[in-house]
Design a protein around this ligand. Structure first.
Ligand SMILES: [Zn+2]
Length: 470
């Protein structure tokens, strides 16, 4: 296996238990593992050497929630602004019905590429729209993209099985039966899931939300997952209207519903969890549940923000997610926004910058169950990013470069990203794929996709609804 030496790094934020920072040290990588950290390391012959003298080294970030396929519908005038989330979903379901493997594949190259360029080395994505016509191998298309681009990937087999006629939100055209979903989940696990340490791909299962899947599917999913050592994911308590819906449908609040299904524990993580009360946070911590907090999306949608500091204090595992069309697709934007919003909300100077970096890296790794990731220590996975501080945003900020990443880093594109010991971003560009060609392809596909959806539904998505105009 190849080795790599990053020499004379200005600052290493190890994010070990003591949050140790090292200056003018080297990191030696052997294959997929960090072999040594220290000054003046001697590499074996043939080792590639990278200059770290103006750079901050950070553990690879971990994205815990996303919907990469939403790139094509994120700026549609018909839906992009001023709709509540359920109206937004109802219009989009009809468009997403036209998705195919090529659209999903290219969207994954875009989503994964941007995350790699903002320092992410492990990405989870929740894909849940399986149209009733066409090729169903849509998660396979995402996996293909991840393998090509070189990121560690934890796709979730999303699902919807509760259509409008049975009290759910999605139309019949994008739901599947519980049996179909379980069979395809099993196929994906048997084909792709690799639980070994330093794995590049693990599968998780993700019935989409209380209002789009049956209780039976929730129970079947968690049962199968526990038999096979998989993690499970779902949306929970994102918006206030979900409280009323769950009370009407199940006679329970959203988190109580999870408890009733045994959907609690260290193998479960929820997206958002804004509308959970203090007592529920306490119980979430006791169960060691995980939460993917998506501060940009939650703020932009006017939903508020999850109490992630309280959650961490109670033992909840917390990571960040960039969440589809609701966010920038950029992990550094998430952790910077989280710091600002929490200080605004609590009228306090907490949290500190390092806590945000820790949530984005180690926190995310714990949420997804990857113990070998999340800090820069000997024996851990060689997943890291290097930020070049010879840029205007860091000029004059020479005293605490690690905090400066969170407080002043205006350019979110990192200099270098290393995954599993391989340089996959170099000088801010992806090394394995042609970024310009991806952009061109995505733009062409997007136009054709929306035109096709428009022909099928008869809706002009370029028009802003009358009630939104000001
Ligand atoms: Zn989501």
């Amino acid at each position: 296996m190849s080795s790599l030496l990053i020499k004379n790094i200005h600052t290493i934020a190890t994010l070990d238990a003591q949050a140790t920072e090292l200056h003018d040290n080297d990191i030696l990588i052997d294959g997929p593992v960090i072999k040594a950290i220290g000054p003046h390391l001697t590499p074996p012959p043939g080792t590639r050497v990278i200059d770290g003298s103006s750079k901050v080294a950070l553990p690879g970030f971990v994205n815990t929630h996303h919907h990469m396929y939403q790139i094509y519908t994120r700026d549609l005038p018909r839906t992009a602004n001023a709709l509540d989330i359920w109206d937004w979903l109802k219009i989009n379901y009809d468009i997403w019905h036209e998705l195919d493997p090529e659209l999903v594949y290219v969207s994954a190259l875009v989503g994964l590429g941007l995350l790699l360029k903002t320092g992410c080395t492990l990405v989870s994505d929740l894909f849940y729209v399986f149209p009733d016509t066409g090729d169903k191998k849509l998660i396979d298309a995402e996996i293909q993209a991840a393998k090509e681009i070189g990121v560690r990937f934890h796709p979730t087999r999303g699902s919807m099985s509760l259509d409008q006629a049975h009290g759910g939100m999605p139309p019949l055209s994008v739901v599947q039966t519980d049996e179909e979903i379980m069979l395809d989940s099993e196929r994906l696990v048997n084909t792709y899931h690799d639980p070994s340490p330093f794995s590049m791909l693990r599968i998780a299962l993700a019935p989409c939300s209380p209002f789009s899947v049956t209780s039976n599917l929730m129970r079947e999913t968690i049962k199968y997952a526990r038999q096979h050592g998989l993690h499970c994911h779902t949306h929970l308590a994102e918006a206030a209207l979900e409280d009323d819906w769950c009370k009407d449908m199940f006679g329970m609040r959203p988190f109580e519903y999870m408890e009733s299904l045994d959907w609690v524990g260290p193998d479960v993580w929820y997206a958002h969890s804004i509308y959970v009360n203090d007592e529920e946070i306490r119980r979430m911590g006791q169960y060691r549940c995980g939460v993917a907090s998506c501060p940009v999306c939650n703020a932009r949608a006017g939903h508020g923000i999850a109490k992630i500091l309280d959650m961490r204090a109670q033992g909840v595992r917390v990571g960040f997610g960039v969440d589809g069309a609701g966010g920038y697709g950029d992990m550094i934007a998430e952790l910077q926004t989280a710091l600002v919003l929490h200080r605004y909300m609590t009228r306090d100077m907490k949290p500190m910058s390092t806590e945000m970096l820790r949530i984005a890296s180690q926190g995310g790794a714990q949420v997804l169950g990857w113990d070998e990731l999340g800090s820069l220590e000997v024996g851990k996975a060689a997943d890291l990013s290097l930020i070049d501080t010879r840029q205007l945003d860091y000029a004059g900020a020479t005293h605490d470069l690690v905090s400066s990443v969170v407080l002043f880093g205006a350019n979110h594109i990192v200099d270098t990203t290393i995954v599993n010991g391989e340089v996959v971003v170099e000088k801010g560009r992806l090394t394995r794929v042609d970024e310009d060609a991806i952009v061109e392809k995505a733009n062409k596909l997007s136009k054709d996709f929306i035109a096709r959806a428009s022909r099928v539904t008869g809706v002009d998505y370029s028009k802003v609804p009358v009630r939104q105009m000001v």
